[in-house]
Ligand binder design. Sequence first.
Ligand code: ARG
Length: 468
Amino acid sequence: MASNKKVRRRSGAKLWSGRFSEPPADLVKRFTASVGFDRRLAEFDIQGSLAHARMLHAAGILNRRDLAAIRSGMARILAEVRRGSFPWSLEHEDVHLNIERRLTDIVGEAGRRLHTARSRNDQVATDVRLYLRASVDRLLALIGRLQEALLNLAESHADTVMPGFTHMQVAQPVSFGHHLMAYFEMLARDAGRLADCRRRINRLPLGAAALAGTSFAIDRMMVAKDLGFEGVCENSIDAVSDRDFAVEFCACAALLMTHLSRFCEEIVIWMNPRFGFIGLADRFCTGSSIMPQKKNPDVAELIRGKTGRVNGDLVALLTLMKAQPLAYNKDNQEDKEPLFDAVDTVETSLAVFTEMLSGLTVNREALLAAAREGYATATDLADYLVRKGMPFRAAHETVARVVRYAESQGRDLAEIKLTELRRYSRLIGSDVFGALSLEGSLRSRRHLGGTAPARVRSAIAKARKALR
Ligand code: ARG
């Protein structure tokens, strides 16, 4: 390592190099730099800096000329960032120092005054919150679009009968629309969780400076208002040190992915020819390089797979925080990549999933045939016996014997004749066949939250209203 004690203050020298007798080793520079990934915060960094500068001016800390210079310099930098011509440099470590250095190169002295009453610690916390707030808003819009697509599909299939499963075995007949609406509910909770998390994201750390606040008479509420924050972080130490809002976001994201993943799992199963419940548009499937007959539901599988990444992002952030003493530690620089990854993964997954739904075709006949196969109305027969006076436990046993009989004959329940049924209970009359039909079974479950097509349609109408 070069140990040149008389390092000159070159214009490329670090903004914090004054205290040091030698520059950091190249290896250390590369190891500690974050500009490779945190440059995606650039627009938010500029936004935060402008709000800070406006406040410094209002508080009489920065004069009008300096503020004007900072504004015009930042406008130019923003254009460079958007155009892709900003001269990002590893030499300047992170997004904050890159932009500050560039500002000073453009406007001179005024750029060197911007960092008054501020630290990169409250700066980065502010940037991440601004970034995450914008991300949450995009995700909420995407969830809304998916919910809308689900409502439309559910509406056309309120009357479509399918076997509902428990333990992946045929359980009871349900409306396919009802099944889809289960996912609508999950997504509604996901959106609610994100909206709730947004409230805690939406607080301003700026003003906390390094950790102890600043000796300048700053106006934090002004900056908060300017940046659209609902309030400020009330404790300066907490403001720079905690990333719980990011952990919370990742938890919301992981749950959302889990819901998509379960749906994807069903799509994969339903598309298997043994089920044949649905088809996917060719543009959402891929083939095999060796097996010419293959049409694979890759998109669904990938979303299911990517759920693991987001779970990993959550665990990464939890682990990042768990042993950090107060206040800011460089560990926190590691919050960005998992957070960005979670946002990106959820965003693309939601978008592609919604598109995939638009190309989904439903095979009503296959669903109906499957519902006829597994004695799905056995519970309805038991309920029928209960209505005739038999205790439910006895009815359960009786029907179990009927099912064994039907099974030994290779027949469906509805195919067993009345005389045969009456061998199991004299309570059974000719009105039993209403209870044994799939449509009758569905129609009878008309209570709130039930699968009766009429109820499903009213649930859809209610959901549509809530979505608006
Ligand atoms: N790049 C840093 C981060 O992401 C910015 C804050 C650095 N602060 C400091 N005192 N080194 O956390």
